[in-house]
Design a binder for this molecule. Structure first.
Ligand code: SF4
Length: 344
């Protein structure tokens, strides 16, 4: 029995959980290859045109492995917090995949996660999967408990200051060159975006490495405790409906308010509904907090050099601003760059 896991979307956040669970159940995992032009093109070919870029990329990953596996793992992520939800595209993802990817209709394994907390190890979420794979109840419970423990350890790595890509490498037992990125550079940036936009190097055009090369410290939402992000948006009369959008917004407000954070970059994908709201909110707060803000919008068109130029210009501007003598007024104080696309 082989289960395919697309290395896309929530793979970057939940892979340690899923891997531990399947390892404990002694079920072989097949990972799709890292995102490539071929995968993106397949995603575009088999998705509805108006869907957001990350869903297209995920679809391409499924197309790339569907013939090599018995099932492809596409959890239906509904909620991990009471009264808040994942973006609706995650809720409909198993159905989208079944009906758009040739050969997927009877191959989608989709546990339904409806948790009121970060603990997603309740066996009832996986009951359908258990009957399809013929797993014993006790065996599943044991696997899920271990998976949750491993995932919590992985999450702690982020909270200790590792970017997710490094945390995933540590989880896999790999050596990482740059042990802890918290305080090495002279500039600190709040890098905000969904994990599948930031950590898919093809999609984000390797923005983390580019920033590291510019001697920039990076702060992301997953480095913060939920309580910190929640406190930052406590003033809002009404939270957003979507859990991860609230995390990004909370992290944005928090980082704006930190004296050691010099500016914010928001990485967003073309066609993302929730981001159109949080991007605008963060952009408007740039003046309030007197900190530079830049949006990088990714779409299906190529343009890595464009991203490099914009990121360099943004960081140079912040560096110049930091190097100005105290009390000198410069225009860049209120600079907010937005609306430009960086292609995929
Ligand atoms: S949050 Fe945005 S990018 Fe993510 S799946 Fe929903 S619409 Fe797509």
């Amino acid at each position: 029995m082989k289960i395919g896991i697309p290395t896309s979307l929530l793979y970057y956040y939940y892979y340690p959980f899923w891997k531990t669970m399947f390892d404990e159940l002694k079920i072989e995992i097949v990972l799709s290859k890292t995102t490539s032009k071929y995968i993106v093109n397949k995603g575009i070919e088999y998705s509805v045109p108006e869907i957001c870029v990350p869903i297209k990329v995920f679809t391409g990953h499924v197309v790339s492995i569907i013939e090599d596996v018995d099932y492809v793992f596409v959890p239906r992520m509904v909620c991990v917090l009471k009264n808040e939800y994942f973006c609706p595209k995650f809720m409909g993802l198993p159905d989208m995949i079944k009906y758009t990817v040739p050969g997927a209709i009877n191959k989608v394994l989709s546990p339904k996660i409806t948790s009121d907390s970060d603990n997603i190890s309740n066996p009832k979420f996986y009951s359908e999967m258990r009957s399809i794979l013929g797993i014993g109840s006790w065996e599943l419970q044991k696997a899920l408990k271990k998976a949750q423990r491993e995932w919590e350890k992985f999450r702690q790595l982020s909270k200790d200051g590792y970017v997710l890509s490094d945390a995933l490498d540590i989880f896999e037992g790999k050596e990482i060159a740059d042990k802890n990125i918290l305080n090495k550079g002279d500039i600190t940036i709040g890098l905000l975006g969904y994990v599948y936009d930031i950590y898919d190097n093809f999609v984000s055009m390797n923005i983390i490495e580019k920033l590291k090369e510019m001697n920039v410290n990076i702060r992301t939402f997953e480095m913060l405790d939920d309580s910190v992000m929640n406190n930052s948006i406590e003033f809002m009369k009404k939270r957003l409906f979507w859990t991860f959008s609230n995390k990004l917004l909370g992290a944005g407000y928090y980082y704006y308010d930190q004296p050691n954070v010099d500016g914010l970059i928001h990485v967003t994908a073309f066609g993302c509904g929730p981001d159109s709201m949080i991007g605008k909110m963060l952009e408007m707060e740039s003046n309030t907090y007197n900190k530079p803000f830049m949006t990088i919008r990714i779409d299906e068109h190529s343009g890595e050099s464009h991203l490099q130029t914009r990121a360099e210009a943004f960081i140079d501007m912040i560096r110049r601003k930091k190097n100005q003598a105290d009390g000198v007024s410069i225009d860049e104080n209120n600079l907010s760059i937005h609306g430009n696309n960086a292609g995929l």
